[in-house]
Structures are given as structure tokens and as C-alpha cells.
Write a protein that binds this ligand. Structure first.
Ligand SMILES: Nc1ncnc2c1ncn2[C@@H]1O[C@H](COP(=O)(O)OP(=O)(O)OP(=O)(O)O)[C@@H](O)[C@H]1O
Length: 233
């Protein structure tokens, strides 16, 4: 059975058609990228799937159960986690306190392992606003993965990172999702990173699906090249 599914996801902000009839299917251990130009509807899509934004129409299913009207907290508690485009760390708390607090609320079986994988051990006793921005983004990723979520929705985890930090971040996303069998949706502007990291890719344009498939298919799709990839393909 499909783990997580959004069907006909449609969001209007007044007269603005942010998303129209978008479908997605997420499977355990599979990283599904969502790319598209600015304003294509990527953040709105994550907001809708995570319950932060009310959908105008459409359905969200978790293991076949309709969770469309379930609030954010219920979804997190039942295994649907998300990260935000801007870092969401509490600046005056130590990394350790922050992660332990989230782990206490969400029952994480291997916090030490998660922190070690993300290279956070050296900064555990530092307060978050004293650590490098790239490390703060790793704390964000750790927070999204605490509690063994079954589904993780990642909104631009590489925003603001330099090239080699982005490479490391996306490698962590891929490794952790594979190791933990997490179904991941990854919204990211680093297109090369998405092609390297993802098993499947959906391209949004003006709030609709332009194409969806394996990275090689997407890279070769003339509509995607014309509308988005251009000479980067
Ligand atoms: N709260 C809102 N009220 C009105 N319009 C909104 C709101 N949020 C987003 N929009 C509009 O919805 C459309 C999709 O925006 P969204 O932020 O989801 O796109 P995006 O693909 O994530 O863009 P970016 O890559 O710049 O982050 C845009 O036209 C945007 O202006």
C-alpha cells in the first residue's frame, strides 16, 4: 500500500491559484524531489500536505486513511514531519537541550545515532545562535527526523548553504531516509542536488504538474527543459 498520497491538491489564496490538482505518492525509503521556478507552488504544496495550509480541494491519505482535515500536530504525532525554509532553531537554547526536548515529545529511539550521523556531537553544548548557519540547518534536519517519522516533508534544507554544505546536507537526507525507511518529499532550489539525491522528481510550474518521473526522464523532458532547466539540463 502507498504510504502517503496527495490527490488533486488544490490551493487558492483568494483569486491566486497557487496549486491546481497536484498529485503525489510517497513510498518508504524513496526521496521524491519537487522542483520548479519561483512561485510555482512548492512551499504551498508542503504547507498543504503538512496541514499548515487549508486545501481548497483535494485529499491527503496516510496508509490509506484520509487525514485531509487532521491538524499539523496530529500529523506530526502520527509520523508526518516537516522542516521549514527558514531555520527554526531556538537561538538561546543549546543544541542538546533543543534536540532532547523534541526527542522527549516524539519518542526518538536513537538520538545519539542521529546526532552522530549529522556531525552534531562537537556543538551539542553550544547555544544555537553561536553555531555556524550550516550546522543550524543540520539541527533543523535532525528535528524533522526525530521520533522516526514515516514521512518527512523538507522545505529547502539547503537554503543559504554554500556548495559543499549543500552536497553534505543532501547526502545526509538521502542516507537517513534510506537507513530509516522514511518517505521523503524534498523541495529544493539546488537543481543539480535534487537530480543527484532523488529517486523521483515532480516539476511544478504555475501551480500545476509539468512532469513527474525518474531523474533521467525529467532531465530529458523537452517541456521541463523549455520551462525550467534551460541550458542547465
Ligand atoms: N499567503 C499567501 N497569500 C496569497 N498568495 C500567496 C500566499 N502564499 C503564496 N502565495 C502565492 O502562491 C503562489 C505559489 O507560491 P509558493 O510560495 O508556494 O511558491 P514556491 O514555488 O514555493 O516559490 P519559491 O521558490 O519562491 O519559494 C505564488 O504566486 C505566491 O505569490
Amino acid at each position: 500500500m502507498t504510504l502517503f498520497q496527495g490527490t488533486g491538491v488544490t490551493v487558492r489564496y483568494g483569486a491566486v491559484k497557487a496549486l491546481t490538482d497536484v498529485d503525489i505518492t510517497l513510498e518508504p525509503g524513496v526521496v521524491h524531489g519537487v522542483i520548479g521556478p519561483n512561485g510555482a507552488g512548492k512551499s504551498t504544496f508542503i504547507d498543504a500536505l503538512s496541514g499548515r495550509t487549508r486545501m481548497t480541494s483535494g485529499t491527503v491519505l496516510l496508509e490509506g486513511e484520509d487525514i485531509t482535515n487532521r491538524p499539523v500536530g496530529w500529523r506530526r504525532h502520527h509520523g508526518v514531519s516537516r522542516s521549514f525554509q527558514r531555520t527554526s532553531v531556538f537561538n538561546s537554547m543549546t543544541v542538546r537541550t533543543q534536540l532532547e526536548m523534541v526527542a522527549w515529545r516524539n519518542d526518538e529511539p536513537d538520538l545519539d545515532g542521529l546526532m552522530a550521523t549529522l556531525g552534531l556531537e562537537p556543538v551539542l553544548d553550544q547555544v544555537c545562535n553561536e553555531i555556524a548557519y550550516g550546522t543550524q540547518r543540520s539541527v533543523d534536519l535532525a528535528m524533522a527526523l526525530i521520533g522516526s517519522p514515516r514521512v518527512v516533508l523538507l522545505d529547502e534544507p539547503c537554503a543559504g548553504l554554500v556548495a559543499d554544505e549543500s552536497v553534505r546536507m543532501l547526502q545526509h537526507v538521502r542516507d537517513l531516509c534510506k537507513d530509516r525507511g522514511v518517505a521523503a518529499l524534498l523541495v529544493e532550489h539546488d537543481v543539480d542536488g535534487v537530480f543527484r539525491t532523488c529517486d523521483r522528481i515532480t516539476v511544478l510550474n504555475l501551480g500545476t504538474v509539468l512532469a513527474s518521473g525518474e531523474p533521467a526522464e525529467i532531465r530529458a523532458n523537452p517541456d521541463v527543459v523549455r520551462a525550467y532547466l534551460g541550458s542547465a539540463a
